[in-house]
Write a protein that binds this ligand. Structure first.
Ligand SMILES: [Zn+2]
Ligand SMILES: [Zn+2]
Length: 272
């Protein structure tokens, strides 16, 4: 896209289930915002909630909350960021800094937060306007394509592991080896845990081992809880997939004081 062009291309949702390619006017970033040229954007399952209108969407809306790009313009009042810097933005589109939750250090629950791709246009576009308080800097040695999925799927699994009470050497299970789980297994291995991958069927075993899992358990075979107990019982289970029965089994596979962290709960009931 040439710099003189005053529009940029974006894919926006115009109604439930309907995405269209559009030319949008190139606007300057407002106070506290930056404008980026998007280099990569991951596709998250939550984007479907924007596209299908499950979120309170004002059409049209550009989905995408795993975006990486270079800053090409700073709005007034933006400090600590520079033009040309490569940055990323996730689902949390930045905090206000003045509400009582922000002042208490709980930026994630900012009362004035706006979600990327929900209240603010997201990264299915050549250009994005982003609140500077939501930016993350991207290391030079990581490609934009590799960094993008870490901004939601990666952050979700990494935060769960990092904020858990499990310590290196503990048995940690990752239930579901999909978009979140395949990252969770890699993080868990690199954080020094003894890693159990739990997937549906035997065909995910090879991938799970390649990603760093020490053990693999097929959740469709009987004896999931017993298999975890045979390994000593899990200190932590990260649930990244739906499936009430498998979740119930992992609870029975915990060691005393073990914990289950649910990432992405569904409407399906879990009987424990
Ligand atoms: Zn997401
Ligand atoms: Zn706030």
């Amino acid at each position: 896209m040439s710099q003189s062009k005053l529009t940029y291309r974006a894919v926006h949702a115009v109604g439930p289930g309907k995405l269209e390619l559009a030319d949008k006017p190139l606007l300057d970033p407002q106070l506290g915002y930056v404008r980026i040229r998007v280099e990569a954007c991951g596709i998250c399952h939550t984007d479907a909630a924007t596209v299908e209108g499950v979120f309170p969407i004002q059409w049209p809306r550009v989905p995408g909350h795993e975006a990486v790009g270079k800053i090409d313009k700073l709005g007034a009042g933006v400090q600590g960021w520079s033009v040309g810097q490569r940055v990323g933005i996730g689902f949390l589109g930045g905090s206000c800094g003045y509400c009582e939750r922000c002042r208490g250090g709980d930026l994630v629950n900012c009362r004035n937060r706006e979600y990327t791709g929900v209240q603010q246009d997201g990264g299915y576009a050549e250009v994005m306007l982003i609140k500077a308080s939501g930016l993350m800097s991207i290391p030079d040695d990581m490609s934009s394509v590799d960094a993008a999925p870490l901004l939601c799927a990666g952050l979700t699994t990494f935060s769960a592991l990092r904020n858990s009470s499990a310590k290196a050497g503990d048995l940690v299970a990752v239930l579901g080896i999909g978009g979140l789980g395949h990252l969770g297994v890699q993080y868990a291995r690199h954080m020094g845990f003894e890693v159990v991958a739990i997937g549906r069927g035997a065909d995910k075993a090879e991938l799970a081992k390649k990603l760093g899992a020490h053990h693999y358990i097929d959740s469709t075979a009987p004896g999931l809880a017993a298999a975890l107990q045979a390994l000593g019982g899990a200190t932590l289970v990260i649930v990244t997939a739906s499936g009430g029965t498998a979740i119930k089994e992992t609870v029975k596979g915990l060691r005393p004081r073990g914990r289950v962290i649910m990432l992405g709960a569904t409407a399906e009931p879990i009987n424990v």
